[in-house]
Design a protein around this ligand. Structure first.
Ligand SMILES: [Fe+2]
Ligand SMILES: [Fe+2]
Ligand SMILES: [Fe+2]
Length: 255
Protein backbone atom coordinates (compact mmCIF):
# COMPACT_ATOMS: atom_id res chain seq x y z
CA UNK A 1 0.00 0.00 0.00
CA UNK A 2 1.22 3.50 -0.82
CA UNK A 3 2.35 5.60 2.15
CA UNK A 4 0.50 8.83 2.98
CA UNK A 5 2.61 12.04 3.08
CA UNK A 6 2.29 11.96 6.87
CA UNK A 7 3.60 8.41 7.07
CA UNK A 8 6.51 9.35 4.81
CA UNK A 9 7.41 12.33 7.02
CA UNK A 10 7.22 10.10 10.06
CA UNK A 11 9.52 7.53 8.54
CA UNK A 12 12.08 10.18 7.58
CA UNK A 13 11.87 11.77 11.00
CA UNK A 14 12.19 8.51 12.96
CA UNK A 15 15.15 7.49 10.83
CA UNK A 16 16.68 10.89 11.41
CA UNK A 17 16.33 10.64 15.20
CA UNK A 18 18.06 7.26 15.08
CA UNK A 19 20.91 8.80 13.09
CA UNK A 20 21.33 11.44 15.80
CA UNK A 21 21.48 8.61 18.30
CA UNK A 22 24.22 6.94 16.26
CA UNK A 23 26.02 10.33 16.12
CA UNK A 24 26.31 10.38 12.32
CA UNK A 25 28.23 13.27 10.75
CA UNK A 26 27.07 16.30 12.76
CA UNK A 27 27.63 18.87 10.02
CA UNK A 28 25.40 16.97 7.59
CA UNK A 29 22.81 16.19 10.24
CA UNK A 30 22.55 19.86 11.19
CA UNK A 31 21.77 21.05 7.67
CA UNK A 32 19.23 18.29 7.20
CA UNK A 33 17.60 18.96 10.58
CA UNK A 34 17.04 22.56 9.57
CA UNK A 35 15.33 21.58 6.31
CA UNK A 36 13.28 18.90 8.06
CA UNK A 37 12.18 21.28 10.80
CA UNK A 38 10.29 23.45 8.32
CA UNK A 39 8.46 20.41 6.91
CA UNK A 40 7.27 18.65 10.03
CA UNK A 41 4.63 19.43 12.64
CA UNK A 42 4.97 19.10 16.44
CA UNK A 43 2.54 16.20 16.14
CA UNK A 44 4.97 14.38 13.80
CA UNK A 45 7.71 14.76 16.37
CA UNK A 46 5.53 13.40 19.17
CA UNK A 47 4.58 10.38 17.02
CA UNK A 48 8.23 9.77 16.07
CA UNK A 49 9.14 9.79 19.76
CA UNK A 50 6.41 7.23 20.45
CA UNK A 51 7.63 5.06 17.61
CA UNK A 52 11.16 5.03 19.01
CA UNK A 53 9.79 3.96 22.39
CA UNK A 54 7.91 1.12 20.68
CA UNK A 55 11.20 0.10 19.07
CA UNK A 56 12.79 -0.24 22.50
CA UNK A 57 14.23 3.24 23.19
CA UNK A 58 13.59 4.58 26.70
CA UNK A 59 11.09 7.45 26.87
CA UNK A 60 13.83 9.69 28.21
CA UNK A 61 16.22 8.94 25.36
CA UNK A 62 13.46 9.42 22.78
CA UNK A 63 12.60 12.83 24.18
CA UNK A 64 16.29 13.80 24.39
CA UNK A 65 16.70 12.87 20.73
CA UNK A 66 13.79 15.04 19.71
CA UNK A 67 15.20 17.96 21.70
CA UNK A 68 18.57 17.35 20.04
CA UNK A 69 16.82 17.44 16.68
CA UNK A 70 15.16 20.79 17.51
CA UNK A 71 18.47 22.11 18.75
CA UNK A 72 20.27 21.08 15.57
CA UNK A 73 17.56 22.44 13.31
CA UNK A 74 17.42 25.79 15.04
CA UNK A 75 21.17 26.14 15.57
CA UNK A 76 21.67 25.85 11.84
CA UNK A 77 19.12 28.62 11.36
CA UNK A 78 20.77 30.75 14.01
CA UNK A 79 24.04 31.19 12.15
CA UNK A 80 25.03 34.56 13.58
CA UNK A 81 22.84 34.14 16.65
CA UNK A 82 19.18 34.65 17.31
CA UNK A 83 19.41 38.28 18.40
CA UNK A 84 21.14 39.44 15.24
CA UNK A 85 18.40 37.99 13.10
CA UNK A 86 15.71 40.02 14.83
CA UNK A 87 14.66 43.41 13.47
CA UNK A 88 14.91 46.36 15.86
CA UNK A 89 11.81 46.61 18.02
CA UNK A 90 11.04 42.89 17.82
CA UNK A 91 9.53 41.68 21.11
CA UNK A 92 12.05 38.82 21.32
CA UNK A 93 14.87 41.37 21.52
CA UNK A 94 13.41 42.51 24.82
CA UNK A 95 12.96 38.93 26.00
CA UNK A 96 16.57 38.05 25.16
CA UNK A 97 17.86 41.25 26.79
CA UNK A 98 16.01 40.28 29.97
CA UNK A 99 17.64 36.87 29.84
CA UNK A 100 21.05 38.60 29.68
CA UNK A 101 20.08 40.74 32.64
CA UNK A 102 18.99 37.67 34.58
CA UNK A 103 22.35 36.02 33.90
CA UNK A 104 24.07 39.12 35.35
CA UNK A 105 21.93 38.90 38.48
CA UNK A 106 22.76 35.21 38.85
CA UNK A 107 26.45 36.00 38.72
CA UNK A 108 26.02 38.79 41.30
CA UNK A 109 23.96 36.54 43.54
CA UNK A 110 26.62 33.82 43.53
CA UNK A 111 29.31 36.40 44.21
CA UNK A 112 27.59 37.99 47.20
CA UNK A 113 26.55 34.62 48.63
CA UNK A 114 30.18 33.51 48.53
CA UNK A 115 31.21 36.71 50.35
CA UNK A 116 28.50 36.14 52.96
CA UNK A 117 29.57 32.54 53.39
CA UNK A 118 33.15 33.64 54.14
CA UNK A 119 32.11 36.35 56.62
CA UNK A 120 32.60 35.50 60.24
CA UNK A 121 29.82 37.70 61.51
CA UNK A 122 26.91 38.83 59.37
CA UNK A 123 24.45 41.56 60.30
CA UNK A 124 21.39 42.56 58.33
CA UNK A 125 22.72 46.08 57.83
CA UNK A 126 26.02 44.95 56.35
CA UNK A 127 26.75 45.85 52.72
CA UNK A 128 26.66 42.19 51.69
CA UNK A 129 23.27 41.57 53.24
CA UNK A 130 21.78 44.69 51.63
CA UNK A 131 23.26 43.72 48.27
CA UNK A 132 21.77 40.25 48.63
CA UNK A 133 18.32 41.71 49.36
CA UNK A 134 18.60 44.06 46.41
CA UNK A 135 19.52 41.28 43.96
CA UNK A 136 16.74 39.02 45.20
CA UNK A 137 14.23 41.86 44.75
CA UNK A 138 15.34 42.16 41.14
CA UNK A 139 14.93 38.40 40.73
CA UNK A 140 11.43 38.71 42.17
CA UNK A 141 10.63 41.40 39.60
CA UNK A 142 11.46 38.84 36.87
CA UNK A 143 7.90 37.59 37.46
CA UNK A 144 6.90 40.17 34.87
CA UNK A 145 9.13 38.51 32.30
CA UNK A 146 7.54 35.16 33.10
CA UNK A 147 4.03 36.62 32.84
CA UNK A 148 4.85 38.07 29.44
CA UNK A 149 6.00 34.66 28.26
CA UNK A 150 3.11 32.71 29.74
CA UNK A 151 0.28 35.15 29.02
CA UNK A 152 1.23 36.42 25.58
CA UNK A 153 3.99 34.52 23.79
CA UNK A 154 3.37 30.89 24.79
CA UNK A 155 -0.38 30.93 23.99
CA UNK A 156 0.55 31.97 20.48
CA UNK A 157 3.20 29.27 20.12
CA UNK A 158 0.72 26.71 21.46
CA UNK A 159 -1.65 27.64 18.64
CA UNK A 160 1.00 26.34 16.26
CA UNK A 161 1.07 23.06 18.16
CA UNK A 162 4.23 23.49 20.26
CA UNK A 163 2.41 22.92 23.53
CA UNK A 164 4.90 20.53 25.11
CA UNK A 165 7.81 22.99 24.72
CA UNK A 166 5.76 25.69 26.45
CA UNK A 167 4.56 23.39 29.21
CA UNK A 168 8.14 22.36 30.01
CA UNK A 169 9.09 26.04 30.30
CA UNK A 170 6.08 26.73 32.49
CA UNK A 171 7.07 23.93 34.85
CA UNK A 172 10.53 25.55 35.12
CA UNK A 173 8.89 28.92 35.87
CA UNK A 174 6.97 27.45 38.77
CA UNK A 175 10.11 26.00 40.32
CA UNK A 176 12.12 29.20 39.71
CA UNK A 177 9.45 31.33 41.37
CA UNK A 178 9.31 28.90 44.30
CA UNK A 179 13.09 29.27 44.68
CA UNK A 180 12.88 33.08 44.67
CA UNK A 181 10.04 32.94 47.24
CA UNK A 182 12.20 30.70 49.44
CA UNK A 183 15.13 33.14 49.13
CA UNK A 184 12.85 36.04 50.10
CA UNK A 185 11.47 34.12 53.08
CA UNK A 186 14.98 33.18 54.19
CA UNK A 187 16.14 36.80 54.04
CA UNK A 188 13.00 37.92 55.87
CA UNK A 189 13.62 35.43 58.69
CA UNK A 190 17.34 36.31 59.04
CA UNK A 191 17.09 37.47 62.65
CA UNK A 192 15.23 34.41 63.85
CA UNK A 193 17.74 31.97 62.34
CA UNK A 194 21.16 30.86 63.55
CA UNK A 195 23.87 32.30 61.25
CA UNK A 196 25.29 28.89 60.38
CA UNK A 197 21.88 27.61 59.35
CA UNK A 198 21.14 30.79 57.40
CA UNK A 199 24.36 30.50 55.42
CA UNK A 200 23.95 26.81 54.72
CA UNK A 201 20.40 27.27 53.45
CA UNK A 202 21.43 30.33 51.42
CA UNK A 203 24.31 28.53 49.73
CA UNK A 204 22.20 25.46 48.90
CA UNK A 205 19.28 27.48 47.59
CA UNK A 206 21.48 29.75 45.51
CA UNK A 207 23.25 26.81 43.97
CA UNK A 208 20.11 25.01 42.86
CA UNK A 209 18.35 28.21 41.77
CA UNK A 210 21.25 29.42 39.63
CA UNK A 211 21.68 26.05 37.91
CA UNK A 212 17.96 25.81 37.18
CA UNK A 213 17.75 29.41 35.97
CA UNK A 214 20.74 29.07 33.63
CA UNK A 215 19.39 25.84 32.16
CA UNK A 216 16.03 27.49 31.65
CA UNK A 217 17.46 30.51 29.85
CA UNK A 218 19.55 28.22 27.68
CA UNK A 219 16.52 26.12 26.78
CA UNK A 220 14.54 29.22 25.79
CA UNK A 221 17.40 30.91 23.94
CA UNK A 222 18.50 27.83 22.06
CA UNK A 223 15.30 25.93 21.46
CA UNK A 224 12.01 27.56 22.36
CA UNK A 225 12.53 30.99 20.79
CA UNK A 226 14.42 29.78 17.69
CA UNK A 227 11.53 27.34 17.14
CA UNK A 228 9.02 30.17 17.72
CA UNK A 229 10.80 32.32 15.16
CA UNK A 230 10.84 29.41 12.73
CA UNK A 231 7.13 28.64 13.01
CA UNK A 232 5.66 32.12 13.48
CA UNK A 233 6.76 33.51 10.14
CA UNK A 234 4.17 36.26 9.83
CA UNK A 235 5.69 39.56 11.12
CA UNK A 236 2.15 40.78 11.80
CA UNK A 237 1.72 38.07 14.46
CA UNK A 238 4.89 39.25 16.21
CA UNK A 239 3.68 42.84 15.98
CA UNK A 240 0.41 41.80 17.61
CA UNK A 241 2.31 39.99 20.38
CA UNK A 242 4.35 43.13 21.02
CA UNK A 243 1.24 45.31 20.98
CA UNK A 244 -0.41 43.13 23.64
CA UNK A 245 2.76 43.28 25.78
CA UNK A 246 2.88 47.08 25.40
CA UNK A 247 -0.78 47.34 26.28
CA UNK A 248 -0.32 45.35 29.45
CA UNK A 249 2.59 47.67 30.12
CA UNK A 250 5.02 45.22 31.69
CA UNK A 251 8.13 47.12 32.54
CA UNK A 252 10.54 44.98 34.53
CA UNK A 253 11.73 48.01 36.52
CA UNK A 254 8.91 48.45 39.00
CA UNK A 255 8.53 46.00 41.79
FE1 LIG B 1 18.10 47.99 41.46
FE1 LIG C 1 10.94 31.52 30.78
FE1 LIG D 1 12.45 33.77 29.45
Amino acid sequence: MKKTPEEKRMKVLTRFLRRIDRADDLQILRGQAHRLLSQITPHDLAVAERELVEKGYSAQLASQLSVAFLLMGTLEAQGTGLKDRLPAGHILRLVLAEHELLLCFLYDLEEVVEQIDCKEFLSDNSTEFMRLSHIVEHLYAMAEHIEREEDVIFPCLKQYGWTSLCLAAQRDHEKLQDDVDSLLRLIGAFRSNKQGEFKLRLVTLTESFCTRAREHVQQEDRILYPVALEVIKDPQVWKKIKAVCDEIGYCGVHL
